[in-house]
Design a protein around this ligand. Structure first.
Ligand SMILES: [Zn+2]
Length: 492
């Protein structure tokens, strides 16, 4: 090796080591030992009544987070600490009928309504495969017609995700000039009865119509019989009459804050530190008569960790800029994060990494479970950070739970942004987890704050290492979201 190069390399290595050392010192020396307890005890207090979406308690939590940001010197984003998220509480329709040829379909046995209010319409059908942007390049014009499509996409076979794709599909159809959307549902994983049952209960969803001028009538049709699929795939006309969804519209808030980076070039990029601050509110009382689902583990603890990261980084900014985002509506189906990625205050390709924190509970205080540990190129930073605080970073031990796709990180992942979720030490869904997970007993006084402090410190330290590492962070080769990453950022 050339001598000059080797000297250069050694000094570069030295610089990296120094940076790591000082990051470690910054976390250790600037940590308010009482902060975890203070934040968790407030956010998960009975006064906040479980931070349901929407509720007064959640609004109080949002104001609390903002107040903390102001104190730390964290800046607002696009002029505000709040990003409004329009939602609606949709009470399902009572009755309805779709006539196609000789066939008459009834609600909810044969179809359900995903969106729109009262409907009385006739329309021509055009089949558009999955109704993705790609599909519209090859299918017949849908202008003034009803777009018929299969649920999901070529690569997405999970009905949970199909639900989340409905807004995007409706929007695409609308851009093409369609007057309605019919999705054909067929899955062996979830029977129609389950799907219909779920949609037949009032549910909170993103209000697409709020910023996109009125929703299209949007239906899912039970297509478990080939006959139905064939009927809808043919060009024909339908008559639809339904008593529509009764919508109660409201706004809730994602809370956002920013700290500018120190490196003249890297500061153009952002690291997101995120957690959902909502929970499930008030519900059925448990054996003790407690009906407030305080959500201390899920996710007052994660929210508190993001607040601590914000305090730390505001005092000692990292090379890359930092965006702190606390999501609303996670428990209603990852709604706040879904709205955030579709209305991000900075271009998505400038978001270098999303470091999400969320937890169901813990049954092992020697470890941190990083959901997606092995899936992005910064595994070493998680391992270093956790080890520093005498914890071990372990990967997801319960792949059958599909946890990666069940927290806010997945909305970033689907856009291509590397996004794991840092979680409390969980090794299986055992009794210790079930005892607290979405239970009234998930109270602040049942947690181990020594462990929580280590959880929080390793989160901040890992975040600093990622934010200061000049290397480009990416998905590991072969990951499900690798191609989405290439699409967003170009080749790594
Ligand atoms: Zn959670």
């Amino acid at each position: 090796m050339n001598k000059i190069i080797s000297v250069l390399l050694i000094s570069l290595m030295g610089m990296t080591l120094n940076a790591q050392k000082s990051d470690k010192a910054i976390v250790k020396k600037n940590y308010d030992a009482q902060s975890m307890k203070r934040h968790v005890y407030y956010l998960a207090s009975d006064e906040l009544k479980g931070r349901n979406t929407p509720s007064v308690g959640q609004e109080l939590a949002a104001q609390y987070i903002k107040k903390e940001f102001v104190q730390y010197g964290v800046k607002p984003v696009a002029g505000s600490y709040f990003q409004d998220v329009p939602m609606r509480l949709a009470k399902p329709m009572a009755e309805g009928n779709i006539k196609i040829g000789e066939k008459s379909l009834n609600f909810p046995k044969d179809f359900i309504m995903m969106d729109a209010e009262n409907v009385a319409m006739d329309g021509e059908l055009v089949f558009v495969n999955y109704g993705t942007a790609e599909d519209y390049k090859t299918v017949a014009n849908v202008e003034g017609k009803i777009a018929v499509m299969l649920c999901g996409s070529k690569s997405e076979s999970n009905p949970r995700m199909w639900f989340r794709m409905t807004d995007e599909k409706q929007q695409l159809a609308k851009e093409q000039g369609a007057i309605g959307v019919i999705e054909l549902f067929h899955s062996t994983r979830f029977p129609w009865k389950y799907i219909a049952g779920r949609v037949s209960k009032p549910q909170v969803v993103i209000d697409v119509s709020a910023n996109k001028m009125g929703a299209l009538p949007h239906f899912w049709v039970n297509a478990s019989e080939a006959e139905i699929v064939n009927l809808f795939k043919q060009p024909s006309t339908v008559n639809i009459e339904t008593k529509g969804i009764d919508n109660n519209r409201f706004n809730v808030k994602n809370v956002v804050g920013m700290v500018e980076g120190t490196d003249p070039k890297l500061k153009e990029e952002y690291i997101i530190y995120s957690a959902h601050y909502d929970h499930v509110g008030v519900g059925a009382p448990d054996a003790r008569g407690d009906s407030i689902y305080n959500g201390a583990r899920d996710n007052a603890a994660g929210t508190a960790a993001v607040l601590n990261a914000a305090a730390n980084i505001a005092k000692h900014p990292t090379k890359r800029s930092a965006l702190f985002v606390l999501f609303t509506g996670e428990e209603k189906g990852l709604l706040g994060s879904s709205h955030f990625v579709d209305n991000a205050p900075v271009p998505l390709e400038k978001i270098a990494y999303c470091f999400n924190i969320d937890g169901a509970g813990y049954n092992d205080t020697k470890v941190i479970t990083v959901i997606g540990l092995e899936r992005t190129t910064v595994r070493n930073h998680f391992e270093t950070a956790c080890k520093t605080f005498k914890l071990k970073a372990i990967q997801d031990k319960m792949p059958e739970q599909n946890l990666f796709d069940r927290s806010d990180n997945v909305n970033f992942a689907r856009k291509g942004i590397p996004a794991p979720t840092f979680s409390l030490g969980i090794t299986s869904f055992d009794d210790e987890i079930i005892k607290y997970y979405h239970q009234a007993g998930d109270n602040p006084n049942t947690m181990d704050y020594k462990y929580l402090t280590k959880y929080c410190k390793s989160f901040i330290y890992a975040g600093r290492l990622i934010a200061n590492d000049p290397a480009k962070h990416f998905w590991v080769k072969g990951d499900k979201y690798y191609d989405a990453g290439v699409k967003l950022y170009g080749q790594p």
